[in-house]
Design a protein around this ligand. Structure first.
Ligand code: GLA
Ligand code: ZN
Length: 691
């Protein structure tokens, strides 16, 4: 991937900074909009997602369009040197649409149709909904698709959700009929439907899950339903984009994703249709007794890395975050001074070329009137939040050189959608510890704290550029997974798998002949049993003397302990207690040119750290900087001739940071930086080194 020094849109080759803007709420107070234009400049904000929930003002009655206000505000913004990410308004439909065509409203899993209400509540199958969206999108694209203020398109808002209406259920049956080539016998086989006499004898008997019928009996059906929801949502998305591609060619398209939420969507089905990706970042800062905010930094970094990995060209932005507080988390606590800069620059450190917020100005009414905003009800530029945002805007302007620089990851973590769907639907295991994404994130946390860049991949994506791939808890395998992992290792890669790998295929049918199924020869092990521990139980990992990972300590193991047999694998460590004391828990198998490690349990943080340190050593994995003191993290972005190193202090107290040479200059001041520097509480320093 060579995307050094390319940018999302050449019209604005800087780090985008701005916020969701809803001028349609203020049309009756034009003086507010005039004030906004002045404040936007003072806040160093130049990019505004606009029109996200504006459908009823564009089209107050069916077929009657009023774009005058939009035209005016786009002209005003452009004249003032501001830009927009113009939204398609499908995130919230107008009342008349639902009243006239009830089919556009979603039907819940209990088969009850929603009343008009909230937003994000439309059916993805309804031909009426599709037609009305196509019509308004076409009108917008024809009229504004080439407006010089339009930097990008913002498709809908936080897309997700399921609909169980008759149209959707019918489309599901058709989709299954196509998938199984009309062979109901093949479907019955994949669904193991003779269980509890569930055999289908007609396609019309197929019903997606519901709590007053089957919810988790036929797991293959539930996975197919999620595939269908992904397919239908992506198809709706494609239709949304069609008029934009036609009348607004060259203007890049994005949509604001939400990390791994919602579960039923495989995100790449949307991301692959985008020209760059974006996500909404809402960590709950200060929600613990810890004296550092590392926990939340880890989460932002993880979701940023995921959003970047979803991007076809590496370009992505943070589309939303609060400049101060939210109104929907348990407690509306402000970010402490310094944390807003830290949170925002962290997104940039992970590769984002934009830091945007929800919202520019707080409305007077509606459920988000007390959500944080750049401009509060006082409209004051003296306001602390406004000044904080403005200061950050000035800092971002100084980071021009960073725009388009890339993150270079030699490590990937596999977080596979089918494995996620499978483990979350499976019964058994530990019902509170089937949190696959969290289990994966724990490995990311350790790598990120060591300044190691990480991509996040599905199990069927190209892995050839990585030195190390970690595939925790890969419960279910896609048809391509086996070949993909094997060829990665065969060509010299290092793979680490962990407990609950290779139990089921892509239909959630268990493998016969011993787990980890088709990966048995890759890992060189046979998993005979899985023992699940209570939260008060633990086991331990005891390294063998002279093990090739140089592990010396004993580590705590929790929750899942597999009894494994080393077949071709070599044993590195054994269980310390219980009826499997002395049996293997950590193994390595030479597979052609590479190595496949298997850790048959969940190891404590120290264990993860020592395992990763062993890989750093053995594989010479590049780190941004040698490891920093607790709470200080360094990550890097690169251009062809420079390295930009972000040093971030997540502690609420000052901390020392350590550079590897004196060759760095401060990108903001241009001054040389000494090898040892003092960071204030929550401070970020961005240093440049020529390459
Ligand atoms: C989401 C939505 C926004 C707004 C914010 C509030 O991310 O996309 O419209 O509701 O939450 O935090
Ligand atoms: Zn529907």
């Amino acid at each position: 991937m060579n995307h050094s020094r390319t940018v999302i849109n050449n019209t604005l080759p800087s780090i985008w900074h701005g916020a969701d803007y809803n001028p349609d709420q203020w049309l009756h107070m034009p003086e507010i909009i005039d004030q906004d234009l002045v404040l936007m400049e003072q806040a160093h904000c130049s990019v505004f997602p606009l029109g996200i929930f504006s459908w009823s003002s564009y089209e107050p009655e069916e077929g009657v369009f009023h774009f005058e206000w939009l035209e005016k505000i786009l002209d005003q913004l452009y004249a003032a040197g501001r830009y927009v990410q113009l939204a398609t308004p499908s995130g919230a439909r107008p009342r008349w649409l639902a009243q006239k065509y009830p089919e556009v409203l979603r039907v819940q899993e209990n088969r009850v149709r929603n009343l008009y209400g909230l937003r994000h509540n439309h059916c993805y199958t309804s031909p009426v909904m599709r037609e009305k969206v196509a019509r308004i999108n076409t009108a917008l694209a024809q009229r504004f698709g080439k407006h010089p203020a339009v930097l990008s398109w913002h498709i809908s808002n936080e897309i997700g959700g399921e609909c169980f209406c008759p149209l959707c259920v019918d489309a599901f049956r058709t989709w299954l009929h196509d998938k199984y080539n009309g062979d109901l016998g093949a479907l019955n086989k994949n669904y193991w439907s003779s269980f509890w006499a569930h055999t289908y004898t007609d396609w019309s008997q197929i019903e997606p899950f519901c709590s007053h019928g089957d919810d988790d009996v036929i797991h293959g059906l539930n996975i197919d339903w999620k595939r269908f929801v992904t397919h239908q949502t992506a198809d709706f998305f494609k239709e949304e984009c069609k008029p934009l591609r036609e009348y607004s060619a060259g203007i890049p398209i994005t949509t604001n994703l939400m990390g791994f939420h919602p579960e039923e969507l495989e995100k790449r089905a949307l991301a692959n249709q985008c020209d760059f990706t974006s996500w909404d970042s809402y960590p709950q800062w200060h929600d613990s007794l810890a004296t550092n905010e590392l926990q939340w930094g880890q989460q932002v970094a993880f979701l940023a890395d995921y959003t970047r990995s979803l991007s076809r060209n590496g370009h992505f932005i943070q589309m939303e975050a609060t400049p101060s507080l939210t109104n929907w988390q348990g407690i509306a606590k402000h970010k402490r001074p310094g944390v807003h800069h830290l949170a925002s620059l962290l997104s940039v450190a992970q590769g984002a070329d934009g830091v945007l917020y929800f919202q520019w100005r707080a409305g007077r009414g509606g459920s988000e009137k007390f959500h944080g905003s750049v401009v509060y009800h006082d409209s004051s530029e003296e306001n602390r939040i406004f000044q904080d945002v403005s200061d950050l805007g000035a800092r971002l302007q100084a980071l021009q050189a960073v725009v388009g620089s890339e993150v270079r990851a030699k490590v990937a973590i596999i977080i596979d959608t089918v494995a996620r769907w499978g483990i979350s639907g499976a019964q058994g295991f530990h019902k509170d510890h089937k949190n696959y994404v969290t289990i994966c994130q724990e490995w990311h946390d350790v790598l990120w704290q060591r300044g190691i860049s990480v991509d996040i991949r599905e199990s069927d994506e190209d892995l050839s550029r990585y030195d190390l791939v970690i595939a925790p808890m890969l419960y279910a395998l896609r048809p391509e997974t086996e070949h993909n992992l094997k060829s990665f290792v065969a060509q010299g890669g290092t793979l680490l798998g962990t407990a609950i790998t290779g139990y089921a295929d892509e239909n959630d049918l268990c493998y016969l002949g011993g787990f980890p199924g088709p990966l048995r020869d890759l890992y060189g092990i046979w998993i005979e049993e899985l023992d699940t521990l209570h939260d008060h139980d633990a086991n331990s990992l005891v390294p063998l003397t002279d093990n090739s990972m140089n592990l010396h300590r004993t580590y705590q193991l929790r929750t899942y302990c597999e009894r494994i047999h080393a077949e071709s694998a070599q044993v590195l460590a054994v269980y310390g207690s219980d009826y499997y004391q002395g049996e293997p828990v950590l193994t390595v198998n030479q597979y052609d040119q590479g190595h496949a490690y298997y850790l048959a349990s969940i190891i404590d943080e120290q264990g993860k750290c020592d395992i990763i340190d062993a890989f750093i050593q053995n594989l010479s994995l590049p780190q941004a900087l040698p490891q920093q003191q607790q709470g200080v993290v360094a990550t890097c972005r690169y251009t062809i001739d420079a390295q930009y190193c972000f040093l971030m202090n997540f502690n609420d107290t000052p901390a020392m940071a350590q550079l590897d040479t004196t060759a760095y200059t401060c990108i903001e001041s241009g001054d040389p930086i000494a090898c040892t520097l003092n960071l204030n509480a929550y401070e970020v320093r961005i240093c440049k080194k020529g390459l």
